[in-house]
Design a protein around this ligand. Structure first.
Ligand code: ARG
Length: 456
């Protein structure tokens, strides 16, 4: 079918390749959310009498058929279509005649793509919140299991102070939970409908934007129509920045695991099925998954940067440059998703070697404890620090299990506040499960089916 904007000429084929690029392939991810938004839009047009009840009925029928086709992987979008929006309108016109030509009344592909992306990003963010909080919970459970196992604490990578496996693991748990919470907070911003902003300036029709927003389960309308369009890329970048922080934490966790599973350390190990081999060295058991977690995190970071670079100098209103923010959005979010999944799996499977951890607690680790023992008896800190520093060989051997019991202020080895953190994890997890239920019920109200728009 011809392009939506087709006039009396055909587009130069090189220009078509250049402008469409791979957008029509990427748009497969947006079909379901675009269909949902189209049902809401059609209902809105019916409400203001631009579509009759019968016409609405036909359009809803056709749009639901597209969901079926997509679920069977059978809704092609061709390069000639340019994007899913054209493919959807063409399908409706082919199957239902002239009513298909009415669906685009009062909307532009600019607010259409925004709405589809918004629906996709909103569900992705809910799912990412949930999975990141679950990863936090896995680490909390790990922390609880190993809270009494000593582990050398390091600064500058050197032996520093007594610590525990529990403290190490719950540091990452708290970090992931905070990150999950940040995504949860971001959903509040994301949860506003751009539909009705049209090409960037609204239309002279009495579109009921609040009604269509409510149909799609949005908390509110993104009011200013120009801001609605200008937020393309901006919201993507905000989400990718949050993904970047999650990926960064995954990378740091991966780096710690690479180090601590080295045979020279032997604190932890990973089961064989999570390691890969070498084509030449038969003894090798490599942590490739952890190494790729590090590198994928930089892929995520680059996507956030790419989107911001694309939108930074754009004048107000829609610009075609926006199209190129779609690929980094999909690449960055999907990479984050797989990172969280692989780190959850690895963390669940890490084996802890208590004997090696205790052996690693050498006397240097206790130098500060020694100083503080003497301070408790009345000596001043600085002189005692010097005296212990000059006689390190005399530092007595402490019981590593006892030293971690001796630390009891908030967040230290004997007071990791795991219960409080479990409550935190539970509240973030429940919040995202509730939000997902709300979204699913909005979808069901639109298409009478249990569906999800993000399938990764
Ligand atoms: N594929 C386009 C995009 O992602 C759809 C919008 C096209 N709008 C236009 N005015 N050419 O931005």
């Amino acid at each position: 079918m011809a392009k939506l904007w087709q006039k009396e000429y055909s587009l130069d084929s090189l220009m078509e390749d250049f402008t469409v690029s791979n957008d029509y392939i990427l748009d497969q991810d947006l079909v379901i959310s675009d269909v949902l938004a189209s049902i809401a839009h059609a209902r809105g047009l019916n409400k203001i009498k631009i579509l009759s009840d019968n016409e609405l009925n036909d359009l809803e029928k056709g749009l639901k058929q597209i969901i079926e086709l997509k679920e069977n992987d059978n809704f092609p979008i061709t390069k000639e279509n340019e994007d899913c929006h054209t493919a959807i309108e063409s399908y409706l016109t082919d199957k239902f005649g002239d009513v298909g030509k009415k669906i685009h009344t009062g909307r532009s592909r600019n607010d259409q793509v925004q709405t589809a992306l918004r629906i996709w990003m909103r569900e992705f963010s809910v799912k990412l919140t949930l999975e990141t909080a679950k990863l936090g919970k896995i680490l909390l459970d790990f922390s609880e299991t190993y809270k009494n196992i000593p582990m050398p604490g390091r600064t500058h990578m050197q032996i520093a102070m007594p610590s525990s496996v529990g403290l190490w693991a719950s540091s990452f748990a708290e970090e992931f939970l905070d990150e999950a919470k940040r995504v949860e907070n971001f959903i509040d911003i994301l949860d506003q409908s751009p539909l009705g902003s049209a090409a960037s300036y609204g239309v002279p029709l009495a579109l009921d934007r609040a009604y269509t927003a409510e149909q799609m389960g949005f908390k509110k309308v993104q009011k200013n129509v120009l801001y609605s369009n200008n937020s393309r890329g901006k919201f993507e970048a905000m989400l990718l920045d949050l993904c970047d922080y999650i990926a960064l934490t995954c990378s740091k966790l991966a780096q710690d695991l690479i180090l601590f599973t080295l045979p020279e350390f032997g604190y932890f190990s990973l089961p064989k099925e999570l390691c890969t081999g070498s084509s030449i060295m038969p003894q090798k058991k490599n942590p490739d998954g952890l190494e790729l977690a590090r590198s994928r995190s930089s892929v995520v970071s680059s996507t956030a940067f790419r989107v911001k670079s694309i939108i930074r100098s754009l004048p107000s209103g829609y610009n075609r440059d926006f199209q190129d923010t779609k690929e980094p959005l999909l690449v960055g979010t999907k990479a984050t998703w797989s990172l969280v999944a692989i780190m959850a799996k690895m963390t669940e499977k890490v084996e802890v070697h208590e004997e090696n951890l205790v052996k690693a607690c050498v006397s240097d680790l206790y130098a500060t404890d020694e100083v503080l023992e003497r301070v408790k008896k009345g000596e001043n800190f600085r002189d005692t620090y010097k005296s212990v520093g000059l006689n390190l060989d005399d530092v007595k051997t402490y019981d590593p299990y006892q030293t971690i019991k001796n630390r009891s202020s908030i967040g230290t080895t004997n007071n990791l506040c795991i219960d409080e953190n479990n409550e935190y994890a539970k509240s973030v997890i429940n919040e995202s499960l509730n939000k997902m239920t709300q979204l699913k019920s909005a979808y069901k109200n639109l298409c009478e089916k249990e569906i999800e728009v993000v399938n990764i």
